[in-house]
Design a protein around this ligand. Sequence first.
Ligand code: NAD
Ligand code: MG
Length: 398
Amino acid sequence: MRSISIFGATGSIGESTFDLIQRAGGPAAYRTVAVTGARNVARLAEMARELRAEVAVTADEALLPDLRAALAGSGVEAAAGAAALAEAADRPADWVMSGIVGAAGLVPGMRALRHGRTLALANKESLVTAGPLLMATAAAHGATILPVDSEHSAVFQALTGEDAGAVERVIITASGGPFRDWPLERLARATVAEAKAHPNWSMGNRISIDSASMFNKALELIETREFFGFPPEMIEVLVHPQSIVHALVGFRDGGVMAHLGPADMRHAIGFALHWPDRGHIPVERLDLARLGSLSFEAPDDRRFPALRLAREVMALRGLAGAAFNAAKEIALDHFMAGGIGFLDMAAVVEDTLERLSAEVALTSPVGTLEDVLAMDHLARTRAGELALKRKEGGRAWN
Ligand code: NAD
Ligand code: MG
């Protein structure tokens, strides 16, 4: 029986993973080693009981007593805190879902790779902050990384059996989010509730807002570069409001392979779970005749400065990815808390990169995990200062 662990089990990716495991037979089909979450310990304990996990870990140490109480009599161990999260990744499991949101997913993912595991990577922030290190660690320890982001799973599938040397370009699609048609003046006043309302996908709050600002696509450009190794000029973004075509790969003979599927993350998660086989996955089947038409348009860089910033970060490489992601996370925190406006998020990220490039060498190669975490910390501090300055200078919209 295969063994699995789910990091970020209580999130949107985690729930979809749990659903697939349960439909396959739950504990009768897979042995669950660890499930982890942050604040929702009631749901975490429920999942751990249903899957008969070895251990349930909450990132929040203050919630350990609650988790213990919720697991009483279940035989599931309870643990809490960052060290416990990392230790959970040391426990042997054949397949590990990296479904934590943000840079917090980096350490557990790295630990799993050091043990040579198969890591289903939804946590794109790991590749953005420490791409070269992550890929080198996987190679050094015989570990496998399978992309779970829908666009990257799509590229991976389109490349299967192909010669990577014959690839001319890779195109990842973006829905354009809820603000695709909004005039710029209105964008400045967009609220958190409006930004959270993604037209096609049901996802966690943070990635939904990142989709509205295109910071999600910016992270995905870097993710494509780091995971597949294609140079930035070969990677394009195409706006496709229906979210049916997830990515396209163009070859030197002019042929283009596209990957299509419903907007349901269980496809990409299930693909990684069954890989290298193709298993049955209970997602809705595409009915193109009913859909009628699919449309495409070029992204508007003025509306979405995040894409331009991602290009700058890809040109710098080194520790710029860690700085970019951390600044983005802080800018998003401030927007969600009502401190800064929607367009201020990109401004805070840009100001942070500018400030940091005068202070440190952003292009230093990603040497160790400690280098990455130090840059992450510094960028958070600077972005926090710059966001507060912007808050004092402007007005809060939410
Ligand atoms: P979510 O917010 O729904 O869930 C995040 C999970 O991480 C939860 O279990 C939460 O408890 C946990 N968590 C949050 N902060 C933590 C911390 N500091 N330490 C440890 N655990 C913490 O997020 P999501 O939408 O499921 O996204 C998860 C990851 O997958 C993100 O990297 C996201 O970019 C990526 N992703 C998500 C989707 C999607 O459809 N939701 C699609 C593609 C990629
Ligand atoms: Mg995606």
